[in-house]
Write a protein that binds this ligand. Structure first.
Ligand code: ADP
Length: 397
């Protein structure tokens, strides 16, 4: 059976999914899983189409092995396992952070394209090199295997210049310090589902809230992005699991001055110690916080929803209206509390949730009342399928 491998590689993790060809709309992956803890305790978990665990093992590498070598070992271990499943790979699709200003759509990776993608490393040093490494390793090992890169930024290339520009000196903007936005494959997928779920409103102003461990929002007009909450990096905008979201940069100056923070500590502060985890002091996990009676957990939840509502206010102005609001991502798809609380802030605009519909899980559907002035929907996202779709379309598979 010919199949596609979809890879989402980070510095310490590698998520994967395998889809059969020909790719059917919304087909489930036949295998999926992840390799976590690369560089420390590397664990490889693979599941079948029903979610049954097929493999749960530790990948050992000799003491003192460099991170890069460990990442390559993780990839080759995955490739060997895939081969053992009698899967014949026809192509590989990759999630890549940055397509810069050049790529507004997925692209087949040729040596020339790869060189361009490497020039974007300074724009995303925490992700881009790790996204590109598997492409390089695969190209060396299987030179005839086609590879496609799908960019987190591509969907947002339709934003007007005002939405992409920081109020900073022009020469720094010219270096590429701009608001790119991320979670593009998720928004791409949701934008394509909109007509089926919300009908004609899909052509109007729609805000999509992708809320997972990372969280962002995008405002669309006729399914095209006009503004998004994330900017140069995946920190800007909403409060997240462990990230601050937008913050007065003066706080960072204060931490440097008062607590002696350097770049490493600042990075941890922004990416790892804040958000739901920082405010609650308990967990970054929405499920844990919702189950907790601690006032700090309640505060973290309230702040998460308040910040989301304020972001909706801002995006609504950029989009010129609001016909529909869509929730997706682990929190967006599952948290009744978050949806209810966020829509509560929009009540003055005539948005109303149906509490019974808000309880329904696991399918794309509307959750507003018949007399609500704004449509509200939940649409489960499927980033891997989106990448698989682009890979097959570009390669004619
Ligand atoms: P990632 O951004 O890493 O892909 P996900 O989209 O899987 O993350 O989202 C993870 C978040 O979704 C976590 O905060 C988790 O607690 C939350 N989540 C998952 N299931 C539920 C649920 N039933 N109720 C509330 N939150 C949930």
């Amino acid at each position: 059976m010919k199949s596609l491998l979809i890879i989402n590689a980070g510095s310490s993790s590698l998520k994967f999914a395998v889809f059969n060809l020909p790719l059917v709309k919304d087909a489930p992956s036949i295998f999926r899983g992840q390799i976590d803890g690369i560089g420390a305790n590397t664990q490889f978990v693979a599941k079948d189409i029903d979610g049954k665990t097929l493999l749960d093992t530790i990948i050992k590498s000799p003491e003192g092995t460099e991170l890069e070598a460990q990442q390559e070992l993780a990839l080759t271990t995955l490739l060997n396992w895939v081969e053992e499943q009698k899967v014949e790979l026809a192509a590989v699709g990759h999630r890549v952070l940055q397509g810069g200003e050049k790529y507004s759509a997925p692209v087949v990776v040729t040596p020339e394209v790869f060189q361009v993608l490497e020039t974007f490393i300074p724009l995303g040093p925490l992700h881009q090199p790790h996204n590109l490494r598997p492409i390089r390793v695969l190209a060396a090992k299987y030179p005839n295997l086609p590879q496609v890169a799908c960019f987190d930024t591509a969907f947002h290339r339709t934003q007007p210049w005002q939405a992409q520009t920081y109020a900073i000196p022009r020469k720094i903007t010219a270096e590429g310090v701009k608001r790119y936005g991320f979670h593009g494959s998720s928004y791409d997928y949701i934008a394509r589902q909109l007509p089926e779920v919300i009908g004609d409103k899909a052509h109007g102003c729609v805000i999509v809230a992708h809320m997972g461990n990372g969280a962002s929002m995008a405002a669309m007009r006729d399914g095209k992005c006009v503004a998004t909450s994330m900017g140069f990096t995946a920190i800007e905008g909403l409060m997240m699991g462990t990230r601050t979201g937008s913050i007065d940069p003066g706080v960072l100056l204060y931490m440097m001055d008062r607590h002696g923070y350097g770049p490493k500590e600042i990075s941890n502060f922004l990416y790892k110690e804040s958000g739901l985890l920082g405010v609650s002091g308990i967990s970054q996990d929405m499920r844990t916080l919702e189950a907790s009676d601690a006032p700090e957990a309640k505060e973290a939840l309230e702040l998460f929803c308040y910040r989301a509502a304020r972001e909706i206010g801002s995006l609504m102005m950029a989009a010129g209206g609001l016909e529909a609001l869509v929730f997706t991502g682990g929190i967006g798809e599952n948290s009744q509390f978050v949806r209810n609380k966020v829509i509560g802030y929009l009540e003055w605009m005539g948005a109303k949730l149906d509490p019974e519909l808000n309880k329904v899980r696991g399918k794309a559907h509307c959750i507003h009342t018949a007399d609500s002035k704004i449509a509200v929907a939940v649409i489960p996202t499927n980033e891997e399928w989106m990448i698989a779709h682009h890979t097959t379309s570009l390669l004619g598979l």
